[in-house]
Design a protein around this ligand. Structure first.
Ligand code: FE2
Length: 317
């Protein structure tokens, strides 16, 4: 068997491809959204709701959780909060409007993670993840860390350009010196499961503030959950056009403001380093410099895996 090959460069830049991807990828299956602590009431920044739109399916969740440990289900509604609810002043008015809106199919794991599905009849949650996800999240308490900060910004790269980078760590040693100091990049591994991957990185003791091995989960197609350096961060990479994405980050941390800033700066450093890399890569894709290439089946295992999922979904009749 020959080496696996990459997806064609045209898929990385095309608006037309994105339309097909919406229908065949983003409208199907389950999508990871965030830990449910994202939806607590009376947030510091005054936020009253979370608006989401991974691709083509805007929906929102009202921030009304008073005790995250009592919540086992989350209501999410199709549409834009601003279109329906800016005039609703009382809780009663809000409730009245919400009742008229179509609900999104949602799933909350016992450990506190929210997933959404836009299928009318979604697949069984555990089966969709091959009955393999619970072993990594079942013993975790994702409710323990409060939401501390959210970031949203647009980047000039397509979602696959970004996920290509997330799904391998060959670039980490030279692009992320801080990460490479804290984790042993030579032993970085990506394990592939059903519609998700787990990344494994051992700590080096090179950074005294980072002592526990990280938990890095990639959820097909564009979201991840990253627990490391004492905090938890998630991203949703939401495609806007063939060559543009809106990046959404939620950061969760239990500790002092000072310790949070340390964690936040560590996590942000890695994210900022990736922006430049991905935007440069996208420029090369746009100008036709790159067409197609081979992938290393071992060191780029995660890339091979998710690209195959893209190919399988796109080429299905
Ligand atoms: Fe990176």
């Amino acid at each position: 068997m020959g080496l696996p090959v990459t997806l064609p460069a045209s898929w990385y830049t095309s608006d037309q491809f994105l339309k097909v991807a919406q229908e065949k990828i983003f409208d199907k299956g389950w999508q990871f959204i965030s830990p449910i602590t994202r939806f607590v009431k009376d947030q510091e920044d005054g936020e009253k709701y979370c608006q989401f739109n991974l691709l083509g399916n805007p929906f929102f969740v009202v921030d009304d959780i008073e005790d995250v440990y009592k919540v086992t289900k989350i209501d999410a509604y199709y549409g834009k909060y601003e279109d329906y609810l800016t005039g609703a002043e009382t809780e009663e008015q809000l409730h009245h409007v919400l009742q008229t809106l179509k609900k999104v199919n949602t799933h909350v794991t016992p450990s506190g993670l929210l997933f959404a599905s836009h299928q009318t009849t979604p697949p069984d949650f555990n089966e969709y993840y091959g009955n393999q996800l619970e072993q990594f999240i079942g013993d975790k308490d994702f409710r323990a860390r409060p939401i501390r900060r959210k970031l949203v910004y647009e980047c000039d790269y397509g979602f696959m350009t970004f996920i290509d980078g997330y799904q391998e760590c060959l670039h980490c040693t030279y692009t992320h010196p801080g990460l490479a100091k804290a984790f042993a990049m030579d032993f970085y591994k990506v394990e592939t499961y059903t519609n998700f991957c787990r990344h494994l990185a051992e700590t080096t003791n090179g950074d005294p503030s980072v002592t526990e091995p990280g938990l890095f989960l990639y959820f097909f197609p564009t979201c991840s959950l990253n627990c490391y350096a004492g905090g938890m961060g998630i991203f949703r990479c939401c495609p806007l056009t063939g060559s543009k994405c809106r990046m959404e980050f939620d950061y969760f941390f239990d500790g002092s403001d000072e310790d949070f800033e340390k964690y936040f700066n560590f996590a942000r450093q890695v994210a900022v380093e990736d922006i430049e890399l991905c935007e440069s890569c996208q420029t090369n894709l746009e100008c036709g410099m790159y067409q197609v290439g081979t992938l290393n089946p071992e060191n780029e295992r995660g890339v091979v895996y998710y690209q195959q999922l893209i190919k399988d979904r796109i080429t299905v009749a």
